[in-house]
Every structure is written in C-alpha cells, then in structure tokens.
Design a protein around this ligand. Structure first.
Ligand code: SF4
Ligand code: SF4
Length: 109
C-alpha cells in the first residue's frame, strides 16, 4: 500500500522543530520536500503502520489501497480522540462503516 500526502492540507508543520510525521515514522521514510510539504522517500518501504496518518494534525496523510485490492475511491481514515480512535472506512461503492476502538480505559485516562 502506501501513504499519500495531500499537499493542499499539509502545512509542513512549520511551527514545530520537526513535523510529527517525520519524527515518528518508524522507517524514517518521511521528509519535507523543496516546497515545504511532507513527502515519502520510498513508497515500497512503507509497511502501512499508519502512525503518520494517525498523528498528522491536519489530516493531510492517507493510506492508499493498491488497485488490486480496491479502487482509488476506497478510504480508511482515522479520527483520534483522547481515549479512542474512530476508523471510518469507505468502499469503492461509497458504503461507509465506522469502527470505534477505546485506547484508554476509564482507570488509565
Ligand atoms: S504532520 Fe501532517 S501537516 Fe505536518 S508535515 Fe506531516 S503531513 Fe504535513
Ligand atoms: S505508514 Fe508508517 S511506515 Fe509508512 S510512512 Fe507512515 S509512519 Fe512511515
């Protein structure tokens, strides 16, 4: 699969010393390009952990399914909250499903 950068949404996180996508990609695959936007160095080395997708504060990153699995329109988008993640899926026919996962218990919040 791989990550796609929406250059319209990416700000380059200019106010931070290091953008979170660059800082936390476990494969050190993300960088800031000459236009000041996030870019992936090597798509084939991305293992779709989705750390960057979940952390981007501007929702500028998206995991792309390969065309062998799904048409371009299929999407999987996380929404991050303090104690949960909501994953929204959309298939190639526009059908949506929502999955809510608790990331913290009441005791640990
Ligand atoms: S975290 Fe998001 S907005 Fe910031 S540089 Fe990365 S992709 Fe762009
Ligand atoms: S999905 Fe994971 S491996 Fe791929 S670019 Fe994002 S953080 Fe790096």
């Amino acid at each position: 699969m791989g990550v796609e950068v929406n250059k319209d949404l990416c700000t380059g996180c200019k106010n931070s010393s290091e953008p979170v996508c660059v800082k936390y990609c476990p494969g050190d695959l993300l960088m800031i390009d000459d236009e000041g936007k996030a870019a992936i160095r090597s798509m084939e080395d991305c293992w779709d952990c989705m750390v960057c997708v979940k952390l981007c504060p501007h929702k500028a990153l998206e995991t792309k399914l390969p065309y062998q699995l799904a048409d371009y329109k299929a999407r999987l988008v996380p929404e991050i909250y303090r104690s949960k993640i909501i994953w929204k899926t959309e298939d190639i026919e526009g059908q949506c499903e929502v999955f809510e996962l608790q990331t913290k218990t009441e005791d640990s919040a």
